[in-house]
Ligand binder design. Structure first.
Ligand SMILES: *Cc1c(COP(=O)(O)O)cnc(C)c1O
Length: 367
């Protein structure tokens, strides 16, 4: 039996006719940039997930860029963030000339550790960019308490956590703003690039909306130096259709995660820790094993695709060499990164495929 790490085709086949009809409508009405498809999607996204307002963007990275501007970050400022994430979580900090300060993650959630944040705060600290990694919400109460105490602007990178909740609140609504990515491999994926920006502050939303289209409150008037970060009409149309299926797809991800958790029985495997305070949307199902590379080879032979997410933490990337982190400086991140392996988890996997993966993991032997 073959179990690919990820296959986008089956999901896209199930909604093919509906999506192609919607794209044809967009083609005919010709509102290709923002426009009514994007407006409809923004409203539906807010309603479905519990945000007051949503801005459709052209990527998660653009949303993070705007978030850093809204936070007022700039040269001389420090912004605390996680090294165990996709690169663009910290790009926004660098784009505005601020300094990313990488601190260690929690050994159980693999998200930014509030204790590590507390230790890294200096008079120069302006904000925090946290990531709800693999779909698991970070420890928001502790992070928000620190933010209040030290007047920090908190950005939630929700690229992997669309639909996840923390104590019942949707991720992205707890900090000062939240950013989403609709890259095709995300839980809610466009047929191309896409992202979203949310904030509980009306003033932050207004500013982000202005920056999204050339800092322009009115055509040919520019009150700020802005960007072209508009979402495409075609992507809005696709995302509107996919959003209506998201709850069902998330439920299936949760069922697969539960099946893995019940079936994988080995003392040498660390399974993802279930969090009492929130609900994960299982963007990844990742486990830790001391012989991760051998386990991957074994699974490959059994027809099971896996990925290492992420093999190189951001504090050890060449682009941040000047920050001067040494091996061992962020030990939890480094040891997690050296032991992690992600299993297939996408809604269209069958129970038989999931059981095949479980059997293969349980059958792994090493000297
Ligand atoms: C995918 C991802 C992004 C980037 O989003 P794009 O839409 O590809 O720009 C940012 N942060 C995290 C954690 C991601 O997984």
């Amino acid at each position: 039996m073959k179990v690919p790490f990820l296959d986008l085709k089956p999901q896209h086949q199930t909604i093919r006719a509906e999506v192609l009809a919607a794209l044809a409508e967009t083609y005919d009405h010709t509102r290709f940039c923002l426009g009514r498809d994007v407006e409809d999607f923004e409203k539906a996204f807010s309603a479905a997930l519990g945000h007051t307002r949503t801005l459709g963007m052209n990527s998660g990275t653009s949303s993070l860029h705007i978030a850093s501007i809204c936070g007022g970050f700039g040269p001389g400022d420090e912004v605390i963030t996680t090294p165990f994430t996709f690169a663009s979580s910290c790009w926004g900090i660098s784009y505005v000339g601020a300094k990313p300060v990488f601190v260690d993650i929690d050994p159980d959630t693999w998200c930014l550790s509030p204790e590590a944040i507390a230790r890294a705060i200096t008079p120069k600290t302006k904000g925090v960019v946290l990531v709800h990694l693999f779909g698991q919400p970070a420890r928001m109460d502790e992070i928000m308490a620190l933010a209040k105490q030290h007047n920090l602007f908190v950005i939630e990178d929700c690229a992997q956590a669309v639909g996840a909740t923390y104590k019942g609140a949707p991720v992205g609504s707890i900090g000062d703003c939240g950013t989403f990515s609709f890259y095709p491999t995300k839980n809610l994926g466009a047929c191309g690039e896409g992202g979203a920006f949310v904030s509980k502050h009306a003033a932050v939303m207004d500013k982000a909306q202005l920056l999204r289209v050339h800092g322009s409150p009115k055509r040919y008037q520019h009150t700020e130096v802005g960007f072209n970060f508009r979402m495409d009409g075609f992507q809005g149309a696709v995302l509107g259709i996919k959003l209506r299926n998201l709850a069902k797809w998330t439920a299936r991800r949760r069922a697969i995660a539960a099946r893995y958790r019940a079936g994988i029985k080995r003392p040498d495997v660390q399974l993802p820790v279930m969090l009492a305070y929130g609900e994960s949307v299982w963007h990844q199902f990742t486990l830790l094993h001391p012989k991760r590379d051998a386990l991957r080879v074994h699974l490959e032979k059994a027809g099971v695709g896996t990925e290492i997410i992420y093999p190189g933490p951001m504090h050890q990337q060449l682009c941040y060499a000047a920050l001067g982190y040494r091996p061992g400086s962020l030990p939890v991140t480094e040891s997690t990164s050296a032991r992690c392996v992600s299993l297939p988890i996408f809604p269209e996997l069958t129970d038989a495929q999931v059981d095949h993966v479980i059997k293969a993991v349980n059958a792994f032997k090493f000297p």
